[in-house]
Design a protein around this ligand. Structure first.
Ligand SMILES: *[C@@H]1O[C@H](CO)[C@@H](O)[C@H](O)[C@H]1NC(C)=O
Ligand SMILES: *[C@@H]1O[C@H](CO)[C@@H](O)[C@H](O)[C@H]1NC(C)=O
Length: 311
């Protein structure tokens, strides 16, 4: 029987974790690349309000697969205008055609350290699809924006409700689906029916649902997958302790999902990347306000306590 103190003893940390340095993004449009991801602060709508934001990548991994980061902001005025979209984009899940997408496993563990009562922000995946295999997100090369909204602080779904409480296999949740347009592209939004702070899913299953049920063209390509937060107004500190997205080709989007998916059982995605370690799982559950353990999996050999790092 070990206590919290003994679990986090120096010997334990030395044996299992390699602390790493953080990278702070200062400029409004600055990005930093780390491992298989690019972190951007993206204060694209800052001019519509007053405030500031600071985003830090706590990323560390020997394989480059798992991302940790946080963003702190304080925005006022124009509550219907987005101020920023701090996000992490995958540098590897690009150029996959839906028709032959086999899997796109992801997990995202996140939360708020603090948030103001007037907070209006979402926590969302943006998957950009286009007829060209590569293209800049939110540009004229984008034909579709698929959004997966995991937060209930504000659900910014465009258009009208297409379907309610849809069960997407392996996502551990039911989703409302909205359909609309924004700028020059179509927007389809899956909105979680609860605040989904520990999301594990195969994104292929969402895309497959739309191809089979709503005529989403299987000829489209995944141009970019971003995971981030649209902020309208308010202040908060949002952290991500673990984030990962991968994809494999060689499948058939029209074939049914496997009846037993490795993402539908517990523990899920971690087993896909390496040996599940109950000590790491326990350490993750210990994460409390101001002492988050930003950790990856045992294969990635990292735990990062960002506040102890800052000391
Ligand atoms: C962001 O960092 C700047 C410079 O350190 C600071 O003045 C500002 O208050 C920070 N903003 C937030 C929301 O933490
Ligand atoms: C996230 O979910 C996994 C699988 O259910 C679980 O093992 C893990 O402890 C959860 N993490 C948090 C922070 O809730």
């Amino acid at each position: 029987m070990f206590t919290v103190r003994s679990l986090l003893s120096t010997a334990f940390l030395t044996a299992f974790f390699i602390p790493v340095s953080a990278q702070t993004i200062t400029g409004a449009t600055d990005c930093v690349t780390a491992g298989k991801y690019t972190f951007c602060q993206d204060l694209w709508g800052a001019a519509s309000g007053v405030g500031s934001q600071n985003t830090t990548s706590y990323y560390a991994s020997t394989t480059g697969q798992i991302a940790s980061w946080s963003t702190t902001y304080n925005w006022a005025n124009a509550p219907s205008q987005v101020k920023s979209f701090a996000n992490v984009a995958s540098n590897t899940v690009q150029g996959f055609q839906l028709a032959t997408l086999a899997t796109a496993p992801t997990f995202w563990v996140w939360g708020y350290d603090s948030s103001s009562a007037d907070l209006k922000a979402d926590v969302v995946y943006n998957i950009w699809l286009g007829t060209a295999s590569f293209g800049t997100p939110a540009s004229s090369s984008s034909n579709y924006q698929m959004s997966f909204l995991a937060s209930s602080h504000y659900q910014d779904a465009e258009g009208s409700l297409l379907a309610s409480a849809i069960n997407i296999p392996g996502s551990g949740a039911t989703w409302d689906i909205w359909s609309g347009t924004s700028s020059t592209w179509n927007v389809i939004s899956f909105v979680s029916t609860f605040e989904n702070t520990n999301l594990t899913a195969d994104l292929k299953n969402f895309l497959q649902y739309l191809v089979i049920n709503n005529g989403l063209p299987a000829s489209l390509y995944i141009q970019s997958i971003q995971a981030g937060t649209d902020v309208y107004v308010g202040s908060a500190e949002l952290y991500t302790t673990r984030y990962s997205v991968e994809a494999t080709a060689g499948g058939n989007i029209l074939s049914p999902p496997p009846s037993t998916s490795c993402y539908s059982t517990s523990p899920p995605a971690q087993t896909h990347y390496g040996q599940w370690d109950p000590l790491l799982a326990f350490a993750e559950q210990l994460a409390t306000s101001k002492t988050h353990t930003f950790l990856t999996n045992p294969g990635d050999e990292v735990l990062l306590a960002r506040y102890s790092l800052a000391e």
